[in-house]
Design a protein around this ligand. Structure first.
Ligand SMILES: *[C@@H]1O[C@H](CO)[C@@H](O)[C@H](O)[C@H]1NC(C)=O
Ligand SMILES: *[C@@H]1O[C@H](CO)[C@@H](O)[C@H](O)[C@H]1NC(C)=O
Ligand SMILES: *[C@@H]1O[C@H](CO)[C@@H](O)[C@H](O)[C@H]1NC(C)=O
Ligand SMILES: *[C@@H]1O[C@H](CO)[C@@H](O)[C@H](O)[C@H]1NC(C)=O
Ligand SMILES: [Ca+2]
Length: 462
């Protein structure tokens, strides 16, 4: 082989070898890795979370009230920028002229903007109200700004609400108005007015509601990045500080969590100070896109989140289970469940669920080495209690046995046989102190002797 060929081969080999650190995934991307040790290979566990995604791909959209979407019957409208040319048409029966709700979440291909649009404000002065409810049937955590894009002007009054319990209860997330005091009786704030101590406060902002022209500013934003910056610095370099706060500050992680969102549109763009009653065809809402950058909330126990039976579901590790990895898996001690922790940085702590077998000895007071996990009521119960014990934790004595007061509960002698004499006892059961229940004429702890004046005839004392 020529020296040149050898050199080429060597170079190729070097290129194919993994660069140092390449096998190492970024922190929180993996839940475990196999590590060799003197005792043999074993798992090392880390806190982990699924990658972020644009959750608009998975949302269910519902629009209220029914009939608020334009086009049924077909309707003409015009725009604030071109208010006297009311020749545009919305027609639900025509694919090219219809504006159904799903166009808020579609992928716009080929640069064509598609949007949902409401009826016009023909019933002025009755308010033009619309609710858009977005549901995921899964807890999610925001990782970046929510951006709602309005075509033809942003609403002058709007509320963003959220639910943490799949729509059972709702709370305001942020208020938006061109005049916060007038619309909600709240002073206008911006996220940059917030300090670390009041970062989770619900504010009213005027930044996304003022009229600047429909083409110039189309976005209404719920600022997540700006809130992260309060802890992680202007360029989000110090993410460690953010993660440390997420662990220590009560309510901070929850603030970024939700299962549903709702946009309550309360007044459309006016394009000026007043509503022009003689041209109401230019007032309506139109939304072309809603971006929701978030990840599945899995309590730091999953690195993947998948769509199963039309719902997102964490792929739980660390012996956890449930849609959000919110409990221990079958065969693992339910009481040992804890969320994972970001600390210590960078890999965090997995807080893996403990195997039921290893805890059976203390769960079952040493009388069983097997536990069974009852999924439905989320409890662990001991199986085949030994040493004449019974109960969920083998904490009681079996029928015909009583608690030996001089032995601890985990003693093999914890339960002593009653040994009630069947000839003189009513039942094989005895009291806590071991006394049997005697038939008339019988006596003694075990009912094995006769009272004075009685004598044993054919078994019993008569
Ligand atoms: C919108 O939702 C709110 C509750 O968040 C409800 O009070 C209101 O009636 C709804 N409006 C419409 C138009 O459905
Ligand atoms: C929501 O998700 C749960 C858990 O995956 C599932 O059991 C339930 O059927 C889902 N509900 C709907 C309405 O999709
Ligand atoms: C948050 O706290 C800072 C400093 O304590 C204060 O200046 C600011 O007004 C507060 N913001 C709100 C919305 O209460
Ligand atoms: C009660 O427990 C003690 C301690 O283990 C043991 O020595 C004693 O024999 C037990 N008594 C009976 C009656 O089993
Ligand atoms: Ca669209």
């Amino acid at each position: 082989m020529s020296p040149l060929l050898l050199l080429l081969l060597l170079l190729l080999l070097l290129l194919l070898l993994p660069a140092p650190g390449r096998c190492q995934a970024a922190p929180l991307d993996v839940c475990r890795s196999l590590r060799g040790s003197e005792a043999g290979p074993g798992w090392e566990f880390y806190a982990c979370q699924p990658p972020p995604a644009n959750m608009k791909e998975f949302m269910q959209i519902r629009v209220d009230p029914p009939g608020i979407t334009c086009g049924n019957p077909p309707e003409r409208f015009c725009t604030l920028e071109n208010p006297y040319l009311c020749s545009d048409e919305c027609d639900a029966s025509s694919p090219d002229l219809s504006h159904p709700p799903q166009l808020m979440g579609d992928r716009e291909r080929g640069g064509l903007i598609t949007y949902w649009q409401t009826v016009t404000w023909s019933r002025y002065p009755e308010p033009l109200l619309a609710n858009i409810t977005l549901s995921w049937n899964k807890s999610l955590e925001l990782v970046d700004d929510i951006i709602v894009t309005f075509e033809y002007g942003r609403p002058t009054i709007m509320v963003l609400e959220k639910s943490l319990d799949k729509g059972v209860t709702w709370q305001p997330y942020q208020f938006y108005a061109d005049d916060c005091m007038e619309a909600f009786g709240m002073p206008a704030k911006q996220v940059r007015d917030l300090a670390p101590s009041n970062l989770t406060r619900v504010i009213c902002t005027e930044r996304y509601s003022r009229w600047v022209g429909a083409k110039e500013e189309r976005s209404v934003v719920f600022e997540v990045r700006a809130r992260f910056r309060v802890f992680a610095g202007p360029k989000l370099i110090n993410m460690d500080a953010l993660y440390t706060r997420m662990e220590s500050m009560k309510g901070l992680r929850e603030f970024f969590s939700f299962t549903n969102l709702r946009l309550r549109l309360l007044r459309p763009a006016l394009g000026g100070t007043y509503v022009q009653r003689d041209n109401l065809l230019k007032y309506f809402y139109a939304i072309s896109n809603i971006d929701i950058p978030a990840r599945c909330k899995c309590h730091l126990h999953a690195a993947q989140c998948v769509l199963r039976d039309a719902s997102l579901q964490c792929e739980c590790d660390h012996n956890t289970a449930g849609q959000d990895c919110e409990r221990c898996g079958r065969g693992f001690k339910s009481r040992s469940w804890k969320p994972g922790s970001f600390l210590p940085l960078p890999t965090g702590t997995a807080n893996t669920c403990e195997a039921a077998e290893t805890v059976a000895n203390c769960e079952c007071n040493g009388h069983s080495n097997r536990c069974s996990y009852i999924d439905f009521i989320n409890v662990v119960t001991c199986v085949s209690c030994k040493h004449n014990t019974r109960g969920q934790n083998c904490q009681f004595c079996r029928l015909g046995y009583y608690r030996n007061a001089s032995a601890t509960l985990d003693d093999e002698n914890a339960c002593t046989e009653c040994s009630c004499d069947p000839r003189g006892s009513v039942t094989p059961r005895c009291s806590d102190s071991g006394s049997c229940q005697c038939r008339e004429g019988n006596t003694g702890r075990r009912c094995d002797s006769c009272q004075p004046g009685y004598s044993r005839k054919g078994g019993a004392c008569e």
